[in-house]
Write a protein that binds this ligand. Structure first.
Ligand code: GDP
Length: 365
């Protein structure tokens, strides 16, 4: 599965967001393959297409696809120096696929700010610098190692050394890896993956605003301006309200509460979708009478790679995929109708999966 680490300074609203996400989260027993840690929440991907498919197929079970959020509390100034538990938090971030950086954009005298004032630009810089210093430290260590091997003439080591020697001064200037790597070759970007950098992970900012802070909010404008320079996504939410929404079960009361806030759906849905967008993910479906289910794959994945998400054996023994697009499946009222209309296809190993494909895999065991 894919996951997103929630970072930010203390008291910006991370736990409030994380708890809301977890409350909205799924029943772990439906997902026996997920290991659920206390600081991690498995959240369903909101997708109305799943209900439309189920209305036609009438399966015993309907299962959404999911995204995991990991609460990485405790990232503070000095973390990269390994003080206290700093290193542990940085190691936690290293294991995530993307970063959701929560930034305080609300004023509240009752909630102390660790740096005594609300200042999103400063806050973002503090967290960024910790991540940059951690990358600097780790790249310096890796450089020592590859330098030894490069002397022996190892080609890979020579290439790694050259790249580390570009990255290290960049970090020393207080800049993240992504701003260097975006101007380098695909080969160099591929090579950089082996360095396990923190500052090359895709990032989104979650601007935690006051209830009335979605418009005419200079703090939010600041975050938007910073994100625009970095091609990063901003999701403005009021975590306090999200926590209240998450307390309510689905139904009339919740719908009325959302309506009174002028919302069509919880803001959390935007957070989850942004995570999906950040990681370049898309959804395909399987639609059997036992189970209609959504699955997550990378944009650009082939049919066998999509099969592997269900089971690695499906990829190894892949023969063909039966495919109907979501729109055709709905328009022709299911598989039989789509077949009659000539919309049912057999695709081979090279097929690139499209968002919304309804798929059935044929494979050898
Ligand atoms: P963390 O340290 O980043 O995990 O922050 P918390 O989620 O524990 O929040 C710190 C304090 O800020 C708590 O007292 C929250 O109730 C409060 N808080 C969180 N989000 C909001 C918000 O959107 N508005 C206001 N006014 N308070 C909030």
């Amino acid at each position: 599965g894919f996951n997103c680490g929630i970072v930010g300074l203390p008291n910006v609203g991370k736990s409030t967001l994380f708890n809301a996400l977890t409350k909205a989260g799924i029943d772990a027993e439906n997902f026996p393959f997920c290991t659920i840690e206390p600081n991690s929440g498995i959240v369903p991907m909101p997708d109305p297409r799943l209900d439309a498919l189920s209305a036609i197929v009438k399966p015993q079970k309907t299962l959404p696809t999911t995204m995991e959020f990991v609460d990485i509390a405790g990232l503070v100034a000095g973390a990269s120096k390994g003080e206290g538990l700093g290193n542990k938090f940085l190691a936690n971030i290293r294991e995530t696929h993307a970063i959701a950086h929560v930034v305080r954009c609300f004023e509240d005298d009752n909630v102390i700010h660790v740096a005594n004032s609300v200042d999103p630009k400063r806050d973002i810089e503090i967290i960024d610098l910790e991540l940059i210093f951690a990358d600097l430290d780790s790249c310096e260590k890796q450089l020592q190692k590859v330098t030894r091997n490069a002397k022996g003439g190892d080609k890979d080591a020579i290439a790694q050394k050259a790249l580390l020697e570009q990255l290290i001064p960049h970090f020393s200037e207080g800049k993240p890896a992504r701003s260097l790597l975006k101007n380098l070759s695909p080969e160099e970007r591929q090579l950089a993956k082996g360095f396990h950098l923190l500052t090359n992970k895709p990032i989104m900012y979650i601007a935690n605003v006051a209830e009335d802070g979605f418009e005419n909010n200079p703090y939010l404008d600041t975050v938007n301006a910073i994100a625009a320079e970095e091609d990063a996504i901003v999701v403005p939410v009021c975590n306090k309200i999200e926590a209240e929404i998450a307390e309510l079960d689905d139904g009339e009361e919740k719908d009325m509460f959302l309506e009174s806030l002028g919302l069509e759906e919880p803001g959390l849905n935007r957070v989850i979708r942004a995570g999906y967008q950040l990681l370049d993910l898309q959804t395909y479906f399987t639609a059997g009478v036992k189970e209609v289910r959504a699955w997550t794959v990378k944009v650009g994945a082939t049919a066998p790679q999509a099969a592997a998400v269900i089971h690695t054996d499906f990829e190894k023994g892949f023969i063909r995929a039966e495919v109907v697009s979501y729109d055709d499946f709905i328009q022709y009222n299911g598989e039989a109708g789509a077949k009659e209309a000539g919309k049912w296809r057999l695709e081979g190993k090279e097929y690139i999966v499209k968002d919304g494909d309804v798929m059935h895999f044929r494979f050898n065991v």
